[in-house]
Design a protein around this ligand. Structure first.
Ligand SMILES: [Zn+2]
Length: 367
């Protein structure tokens, strides 16, 4: 069990570090490889390992839509996978670097299993600093109401922050690039992209949904995947696919690459389907725990959902200047709250040592 936890721990860290071992990273031998990769012409490239990636300008893509970091590209070249197991025992003791901002955070101890939900591998390319969003002008009142409550639920329980840019430009007026933002729109279905994709990305909400539905779709937009698609879910649940219509069975495919998960499967996750979802015969569960019991699926963010988000995001207050001002409550990855001095220390770290924001420049930001 310890080995498994250690492996998962390394797994989670390897996505944003060159390797799990501080001193002797196998990838350090590959010095200059970035230039080698960049010297290829655009198009499909077969790597040393046989894996195929697509180069578009300075970016490399794997399996169609997955953008690769330099570390992942090197691992894929060398090992044929973005996941590399490091046998070093020492690695589990150190390594507390914030995945998106490369700043130190206090991560959980290796020997404490913190349940967390399951999401995409966080990189600066697919996470948000602050989630810019707009309400579609035609959004119905009932939808806007549940979305507002869902946004408030996310903010009250996690470090994820949203900025309401409804009615504002969607393209930067000075530099001309498209802002990444969510647009909440009326739909007959509920759906969302996973993570930040760049430019406009719709969050589709059907009529007369629960707040839980909006919490779930926003969860996708910040990077969460479905809990039952975890790579290790078969250790936790029994799946009866014969009770699922064939064209819905893909909903239960496992995600085995490019993910970020630590700890056991979280039955209470708002990203977890209920035992009877998609059932042809509604009296027979599609999923059960190993002991045969069932669950209904979460309606609010679980401890694991929160922990996933709090491991990745930092809660900023919307400002018009470049000062990175933190919200009064900053969660740690284990969902405890930073002390006042820890918060100030982090704020100083984010601002070249200056813990005091200029007394100006906060933007109105109402949902
Ligand atoms: Zn979903």
């Amino acid at each position: 069990m310890k080995n498994l936890r250690y492996f998962l721990y390394c797994l989670s860290l390897l996505f944003f570090l060159s390797a799990c071992n501080e001193g002797d990273t196998p990838l350090d031998d590959q010095e200059g490889s970035q230039e080698n990769f960049l010297s290829y012409e655009d198009g499909l490239i077969t790597l040393k390992s046989g894996a195929i990636v697509e180069k578009k300008g300075d970016n490399f893509y794997w399996q169609g839509d997955l953008m690769l970091s330099q570390t992942q590209l090197e691992a894929l070249d060398e090992f044929g996978d973005i996941i590399v197991e490091d046998p070093s025992e020492a690695a589990s003791q150190t390594r507390n670097i914030h995945p998106v901002y490369n700043i130190p955070v206090k991560a959980g101890e290796d020997n404490v299993a913190v349940p967390r939900a399951f999401g995409i591998n966080p990189t600066p390319f697919n996470m948000w600093a602050m989630v810019r969003f707009v309400y579609s002008p035609t959004l119905t009142f009932d939808r806007r109401n549940i979305i507002r409550q869902a946004l408030q639920h996310w903010e009250a329980n996690t470090n994820v922050r949203f900025y309401n840019a409804t009615g504002q430009p969607t393209v930067d007026p000075v530099y001309g690039f498209a802002y990444p933002y969510l647009e909440f729109v009326n739909s007959t279905v509920n759906s969302s992209f996973v993570g930040r994709i760049g430019g406009r990305q719709a969050v589709n909400i059907a009529a007369f949904q629960t707040v839980a539905v909006a919490i779930h779709e926003i969860g996708h937009a910040i990077g969460l995947l479905h809990e039952q698609s975890r790579f290790d879910r078969d250790s936790f649940i029994n799946l009866n696919l014969s009770n699922v219509p064939s064209d819905n069975r893909h909903n239960f495919n496992k995600r085995t690459t490019n993910y970020y998960a630590v700890g056991p499967l979280d039955y209470n996750s708002v990203m977890m389907y209920g035992s009877f979802d998609f059932a042809i015969n509604p009296s027979i569960p599609v999923m059960t725990r190993k002991d045969g019991t069932t669950w209904t699926g979460g309606n609010v963010l679980s401890g694991g959902d929160r922990s996933w988000a709090n491991s990745i995001y930092i809660p900023y207050i919307a400002r018009s200047d470049i000062y990175a001002e933190l919200a009064p409550v900053v969660f740690k990855p284990d969902n405890t709250i930073m002390s006042a001095s820890e918060r100030l220390q982090l704020q100083a770290q984010l601002n070249n040592g200056n813990p005091n924001p200029p007394n100006c420049c906060r933007l109105p930001n109402n949902f």
